[in-house]
Design a protein around this ligand. Structure first.
Ligand code: MRU
Length: 369
């Protein structure tokens, strides 16, 4: 997508052909800084410290991390070490393990001398595949938006609510939840996005608002508690969120607070869609609420906030009394019954086992291996 008219992706191979460039998302929206990753450890730290974040981008970064590792040590032991280092970088987004499994499957059978080149080739494919998948999500989600336009008076604005950042910054390009939004905008449909700020890290306020704004998509940032009120007053036509892992039964794990939005949408008859690329489905997990591991992050994300002061300095301040304990669960699980549909690259699916299995039979087979 575009940053002030110039096309960017969130991650890329640098001109030297081997190092990896990525937008440092910890610095947005205040500074646009590109980081250069030159080792497997750099990739692991980038994922762990959230220089890159968002399930599909975590997967893409891990794939390049494996390629960087193969330059350092392409032996069987090196392959295992790289896998083991990267797979634990963050626990909830399943795209991380998916990408690493793809890389290992491609690399394990070949001669170590050829592994580095093969690793870059496979990582590039994973990156391109992410963009293609998101284009599919865009097209399938656009049909839902078109249907709303047809129901409303022609020319009226479609209001979409989203949570966290499932935008192009969370993927390689297009985003998942934002893909239909960008396509609708491109097609001249009047679209406006309610952007949940998404405490505690504020990925909505910092990242989604930044990317929509720089691409020219009308949007409004709202405190997380506002969505229910907007829905009660007919100000939300549909919600589209992303996800970090979808269980085989259709339960959806996404950024903390998603469940509450789904409850509000259900109570107000607002369609609640989840956009996902197929690598986000975890057929090995039968019950999302019971079995998806929920990352718990540092309490400082809750106790502190960073922002720009009026005189232009970046400053971090404490907003919780000294000594008050805090809890920081990074994700929650929305039960399938509250999800209207799953927008995938293979169509809009019912959030249930049968629909997921019918749409992605090859993933079922892989999970059974
Ligand atoms: O903790 P993060 O920022 O990596 O969280 C992931 C997300 O960005 C969201 O949960 C998102 O909605 C799903 S990723 C497309």
């Amino acid at each position: 997508m575009k940053v002030d008219g110039k096309h960017f992706r969130s991650i890329w191979r640098e001109r030297d052909g081997w190092s990896v460039g990525a937008i440092d998302q910890r610095r947005l929206p205040h500074d646009f800084v590109v980081a250069r990753l030159t080792s497997c450890e750099d990739a692991a730290v980038a994922i762990r410290d959230m220089l890159v974040r968002g399930a599909p981008l975590i997967g893409a970064t891990a794939a390049y991390g494996m390629a960087l590792a193969m330059r350092e040590d392409a032996s069987d032991a090196g392959l295992k070490r790289a896998y083991d280092t990267l797979v634990v970088a963050r626990p909830t987004a399943i795209n991380l393990k998916w990408a690493l499994d793809e890389m290992r499957t491609a690399l394990a059978p070949i001669d170590p001398v050829e592994r580095a080149e093969a690793a870059y080739a496979r990582a590039d494919e994973i990156v391109e595949q992410d963009v293609e998948i998101n284009r599919g999500i865009a097209a399938n989600g656009l049909a839902l938006i078109d249907a709303i336009v047809a129901k409303k008076k022609p020319g009226e604005t479609v209001n979409v609510l989203t949570h966290c950042n499932a935008g192009w910054l969370a993927t390689v390009d297009w985003g998942t939840a934002t893909a239909p939004i960008y396509l609708a905008h491109e097609r001249g449909i009047k679209i406006h996005v309610w952007v949940d700020e998404t405490r505690p890290r504020n990925q909505g306020a910092s990242l989604t608002a930044w990317e929509l704004g720089h691409h020219g998509v009308p949007h409004t940032v709202i405190p997380d508690n506002t969505g229910g009120h907007l829905m009660q007053h007919g100000m939300v036509d549909l919600a589209i969120v992303g996800t970090d892992r979808v269980a085989a039964n259709g339960d959806v794990c996404n950024k903390i607070g998603t469940y509450l939005k789904a409850l509000a949408a259900h109570d107000n008859g607002v369609p609640f869609y989840v956009a996902l690329p197929s690598p986000t489905i975890d057929f090995a997990v039968d019950d999302g609420i019971r079995d998806i591991p929920i990352e718990q992050r540092s309490g400082t994300e809750v106790t502190e906030m960073t922002g720009r002061t009026v005189d232009g300095r970046l400053e971090t301040v404490r907003i919780v009394p000294e000594g008050s304990p805090v809890a920081n669960y990074a994700f929650d699980v929305t039960p399938a019954r509250l999800v209207t549909g799953l927008i995938t690259e293979r169509g809009v699916l019912k959030p249930d086992r049968a629909a997921l299995a019918a749409a992605f039979p090859e993933r079922i087979a892989a999970a059974a291996e």
